[in-house]
Design a protein around this ligand. Sequence first.
Ligand SMILES: *Cc1c(COP(=O)(O)O)cnc(C)c1O
Length: 394
Amino acid sequence: MMKQYIDEAEAALLHTYNRYQVVLDKGDGVYLYDIEGKKYLDFVSGIAVFALGYNNKEYNDALKEQIDKVIHTSNYYYNVPAIEAAKKLKKVSGMDRVFFTNSGAEAVEGAIKAARKYAYLKDGTTDHEIIAMNHSFHGRTMGALSVTGNPKYQEAFQPMIGNIKFADLNDFESVKAQVTDKTCAILFETVQGEGGIYPATEEFMKQVKALCEEKDILLILDEIQCGMGRTGTMYAWQRFGIKPDIMTTAKALGCGVPVGAFLMTEKVGQASLTSGDHGTTYGGNPLAGAAISKVLDLFEKENILAHVNEVAPYLEKRLDELVEKYEFIETRRGVGLMQGLVCNKPVGDIINKALENGLILINAGTQIIRLVPPLVITKEHVDEMIALLDKSLA
Ligand SMILES: *Cc1c(COP(=O)(O)O)cnc(C)c1O
C-alpha cells in the first residue's frame, strides 16, 4: 500500500525533495503513525512546528469551531481571531506591531521590505545594504534566498536581490567589516537551524545590538525555528536582555496551520511600511488567527516554557552520553529543545535506520542529526528516543 502511494507521489509531485520512504497518516501526542499502522516517536515535529503535540483536543476544537463560523474574509476587513492573536503575540514578544504572513519565508520578505523602507524614509536613496550570516537559512523565495548564506541554494537562481553582504555568526569583527554608510539592517537567526544548530553568543548579540543602536541600523532576528519556546524563553533573544527592531516568527506559531508573522517596534512601525506598501490575501485570516490565538493560550495554560526548561537539561545529559559512547559523534550543540549531534560523517544512513526502528529524526546539513521534538515531550520520551537512537547508531 505504501509503495503504491509513493509511486503515485513521485509521478505527480515536482521532485524537489528526497523524501523518506514513509506515508504518514495520523498523529497523537508525540507519536506519528504511517498508513500501515506503524508507530513512530517523533523528534522532528514537522520541523519545529507541532510544538503542542499532535491531536491536541483544545487546539483541534478551536479550529473546528472557527471553520464552522468563517475561514477567510480579507485583510480589507477586521476579524476578531486575528485581533486576539496580534494582542497575544505582542504580549509574549514585547514587540509593538504585527503583520501576519502565510509562511516563514514570507515573514522574512516583509522584514527585508520594512528595513529597506525605513532606510529609504531616512535619506531618500534606495541602494541600502543588509548584512546576513554565512550558514544561515531564511527561506526559498527570492528575497529570503538572497539573505541565505548558502551558495549551493543560490547558484542556479542568480541574480539575488542585491546589496546583501555576508559575515560570520559570533564573529563581531566580520560583521563590523561589512558595515558601510549604506547598511540598513543586520539579520540573523538567534540560533541557526538548517545551517547546523549554531547558537549566537550573548557577547555577539550585545555587540551587534550596540553597533545597530550607534549607527541606526535595524537588528532583524529570525526566530522562525528557534522561537516559540523552543530554547526555554518564548523567543530565543529574550535570554539576552536585548531586543531586535524587527523579528520573524512562523513554524510553531500556528502549530501546523500555515502561518507566520513579522513584528517590529513602534519606532520602526511608525517609519517603514505604510498603506499600500505590503499585503497578503490570506495572512491573518480568521482560521490563521484562531490557530495562533489558541496556540498562545495553550502555551500559557500548559506552562510550556517551564516544561522546556525542565526537560531540556535531561535531553542534553542523555545526548552527551551518546557523544561519549560513539567515536564518530564529535559533539552536541544547541539550546533547549533545539539540539544537534555533530558527526564526522554523513548521517543519512543513521536517520533511515532510526526510521526503520520507529524514531523520526532529521538532519541539519549532511553531518548533523537535528532534534527538534514537540515541546511537550517528557523525560520518559527522551529515554525512549535515546534507546531507539542508540540501537540505530550501533
Ligand atoms: C523554516 C525557516 C524559514 C522558512 O520558513 P518557511 O515557512 O519554510 O517559508 C526561515 N527561517 C528559518 C530560520 C527557518 O527555520
